[in-house]
Design a protein around this ligand. Structure first.
Ligand SMILES: Nc1ncnc2[nH]cnc12
Ligand SMILES: [Zn+2]
Length: 330
């Protein structure tokens, strides 16, 4: 669906399509343990978040040079442009690269080569959000923030991702305080597989402005009331929830109930190469599986710009919002 939208929950490493993975593997002399792209696609069957993360980290081995990160980001932006994405706030996982000997500069400079002229080339404005891996130590997160200091003009904020259960937000209090002191915006994955308490803790302890996923807030009426009252955006990823089995089938997704409750929901793609669809595909899927009407779809698109970190450019936000209002559904 080409309804204009902002993508607010997108891991750039999760846009690595099998074809590009094999191309980069050949370019870098990396051996992949799959015969071909078809065999690799067959491995995209997940039982939960961890089973996905295992493959996600394994395939990153092909990303080595600035050019690799540039090609990855350009491929994503080209596809996103066909799906109505007008603005993208893109997550990246530097610790997963630094651990393989690929330094922060290679990752950020490489991504920037694509992001820097994304507007001219793809018609998409972009921002970068550095994510800390929550299954790594708090010290490692602090070292990562330190390594990012030379690149802060290219990074709008910090996030928290990877294996959630057993790694509560409070573990990252110090690094979030340091990020806030540097003027960085703050978001965190919470309530994807983890309990509603992790959402509360992300708000209270980490001071996040948006919650990534946040699905499990629906188990706590008090928390829902708070999220509604404080207009805290949730970056939902419906196809991801089905592939990672937090929701059995898309028809059971709580999105309609969340909208009815007055939550500020957005629809995003998370790791589209792995979960079967980009941002517009997620909109198409919720439209057909959940019977969302045009006004609800327009509300989701409007919310994406309201929830975006475009505060420095209200003129642009207003322009995008007027594109949402002018859109004619096919
Ligand atoms: N859906 C997800 N949850 C947590 N960490 C991730 N890293 C990439 N995708 C993720
Ligand atoms: Zn995610």
């Amino acid at each position: 669906m080409s309804l204009p939208k902002a993508e607010l929950h997108l891991h750039i490493e999760g846009t690595l399509e099998p074809e590009l993975a094999f191309e980069l593997a050949a370019r870098n002399g990396v051996e992949l343990p799959y015969a071909d792209t078809e065999a690799l696609r067959k491995a995209y069957q997940f039982d939960d978040l961890q089973s996905f993360l295992n493959l996600y980290y394994e395939l990153m081995a092909v990303l080595r040079t600035e050019r690799d990160f540039e090609d990855l980001a350009n491929a994503y932006l080209a596809r996103a442009a066909t799906q109505g994405v007008r603005h993208a706030e893109i997550f990246f996982d530097p610790q997963a690269h630094i651990a393989r000997g690929v330094d922060m500069g290679t990752v950020v400079e490489g991504l920037w080569r694509a992001l820097g002229d994304s507007e001219a080339r793809h018609g998409i404005s972009t921002q970068l959000i550095l994510c800390f891996l929550r299954d790594e130590s708090a010290e490692s997160a602090l070292r990562t923030l330190e390594a990012a200091k030379p690149y802060l003009d290219r990074i709008v904020g910090v996030g928290l991702d990877s294996a959630e259960v057993g790694h509560p937000p409070v573990k990252f209090r110090e690094v979030y305080e340091a990020a806030a002191a540097l003027g960085l915006r703050r978001v965190a994955h919470a309530g994807e597989e983890g309990p509603p308490e992790y959402i509360t803790e992300a708000l209270d302890v980490l001071g996040v402005e948006r919650i990534d996923h946040g699905l499990r807030c629906m188990e706590s009426p008090e928390l829902v009331a708070r999220l509604v009252r404080d207009r805290i955006p949730l970056t939902l990823c419906p196809l991801s929830n089905v592939r990672l089995r937090t929701v059995d089938v898309l028809g059971d997704h709580p999105l309609p109930a969340m909208l009815d409750a007055g939550l500020l929901c957005t629809v995003n793609s998370d790791d589209p190469a792995y979960f079967g669809g980009y941002a517009g595909d997620n909109f198409d899927a919720v439209r057909s599986a959940l019977g969302l009407g045009e006004e609800q779809l327009r509300e989701l698109a409007r919310n994406s710009f309201v929830a975006s970190f475009l505060d420095h450019d209200e003129e642009r936000r207003t322009r995008y919002l007027s594109e949402v209002e002018a859109y004619e559904f096919g």
